[in-house]
Write a protein that binds this ligand. Structure first.
Ligand code: CMC
Length: 389
């Protein structure tokens, strides 16, 4: 009694049991509800994977049709919410805006706040999946000074997002199927990844009984850091900083130097000590997109490819099993599609919302759900008396 395990960074502590996602990091395996990620990426699409994560099984054709229709019913956001955007500086980081506006959804949708009511929980899930692309695109439009675009429910989920990002009231955005497909794949490959920092944050926030919008806002905040979802943005900043293929060895040496805080962004993973299976699919999509756009010779992308090649052969990275992760390639694809760098992590947040909500839901469905309350190892001062002064 009174003893507990000290495990900084939760290297070997399971915080919950779950039936959603399985990862074998040594073998490079990722399964959602038992289905390999490679098969889902090839045969399924993002909304179908959302259904799978939420309900545990793939939908029948009618179930999928009904699910997609329900998602489309909730794509608009309350008009008042657009005033919230107008309170931000135009140069605000979109993740800063997302932390605010997603949390603020709890002020608008009172029929989705009762966590003990399964219907409330379900409608909150739909609202979040449906509104995230709208809220994300509004961040971008706000930064450019262009008007917010209403969602178009005749388009697919990915096409609609690209329309809200790049369409204007003067000119309709005509989605390129290869780019829309790549966008959908980025959403799908980021949909869930078991107990990462942001998902654990959502579960912990949820364990106190906080409402789903507040919990997802906490996940967005945790995702923002460069060691987690901020890595895709950091990859592009790093490539720009390298600037020239000839300077790659200099940065490789810096990454190995323990006195230098610089790390190769987009390399390494806490769980995968083998190639990240998502990165394999993303690499293939990356080649398709660059080919379609004729960008094979883009200088930044050339630096990325050369960097990958050098790091994969360098003993430092080989010995530590530091492979390119999903964010290394997703950053490159997003740049090629024309998404500004500071929106990259927002897109990760949009994609991961279903994972957060599925875990939040699982927590509340568990008969042993209880508030998360980690202990600590106190190393501070012993009791002492306040000095007479
Ligand atoms: N560049 C250079 N060295 C590295 C890197 C890197 N990117 N990643 C790990 N190392 C070294 C690290 O210095 C340590 O070396 P040593 O054993 O000599 O002290 C060894 O590899 C093990 O690293 P660690 O820090 O103990 O590993 P971790 O599991 O705590 O960290 C990580 C995992 C992802 C935070 C880390 O690899 C990293 O910072 N990578 C760059 C950021 C990044 O790409 N993050 C996205 C992760 S994937 C998306 C997501 O899940 O959010």
């Amino acid at each position: 009694k009174g003893l507990f395990t000290y495990d900084p960074g939760f290297m070997s502590t399971a915080s919950c049991d779950s039936q959603i996602t399985f990862i074998d990091g040594d073998k490079g395996i990722l399964l959602h509800r038992g289905y390999p990620i490679e098969q889902l990426a090839e045969k399924s699409d993002y909304l179908e994977v959302c259904y799978l994560l939420m309900y545990g099984e793939l939908p029948s054709a009618e179930e999928k049709e009904h699910f997609v229709r329900t998602v489309k019913k909730h794509t608009m956001v309350h008009e008042q919410l657009s005033f919230f955007y107008r309170g931000f500086r135009r140069d605000a980081h979109p993740m800063a805006i997302m932390c605010g506006v997603v949390g603020a959804l709890s002020a608008f949708y009172h029929d989705s706040l009762d966590i003990n009511d399964s219907q409330h929980r379900e409608i909150a899930a739909f609202r979040l999946i449906s509104k995230m692309p709208t809220l994300a695109a509004m961040c971008y439009k706000y930064s450019t000074g262009q008007p917010f675009m209403f969602p178009r429910n005749d388009l697919t989920y990915a096409e609609n997002f690209l329309h809200m990002m790049f369409g204007t009231p003067c000119e309709e955005y005509k989605p390129n199927p290869i780019l829309a497909n790549a966008m959908d794949r980025i959403f799908l490959l980021h949909a869930d990844h078991e107990q990462n920092a942001s998902t654990s944050t959502v579960r912990l926030a949820g364990s106190s009984g906080a409402n789903p919008f507040a919990c997802v806002a906490s996940g967005i905040a945790a995702l923002w850091g460069p060691a987690h979802g901020g890595a895709n943005e950091a990859v592009l900043s790093m490539l720009e900083q390298i600037g020239d293929e000839e300077r790659i060895p200099e940065f490789i040496e810096r990454a190995k130097d323990k006195d230098d805080p610089f790390r190769l962004m987009g390399f390494g993973h806490r769980v995968y000590k083998n190639f990240d299976p998502r990165a394999k699919v993303m690499k293939q999509t990356c080649d398709e997109v660059l080919g379609e756009l004729g960008l094979d010779n883009d200088p930044l992308l050339r630096i990325a490819k050369r960097l990958e090649q050098i790091a994969l052969e360098d003993p430092y990275f080989v010995e530590r099993k530091l492979y390119p992760n999903v964010d290394f390639y997703s950053g490159i694809i997003l740049k090629a599609i024309g998404i500004p760098t500071n929106m990259f992590t927002v897109i990760f947040a949009l994609s991961r919302t279903i994972g957060w909500i599925a875990h939040w839901h699982e927590h509340h469905s568990s008969p042993i759900a209880r508030i998360g309350r980690p202990r600590q190892l106190y190393l501070g001062e012993k009791k002492r008396d306040y000095p007479e002064r």
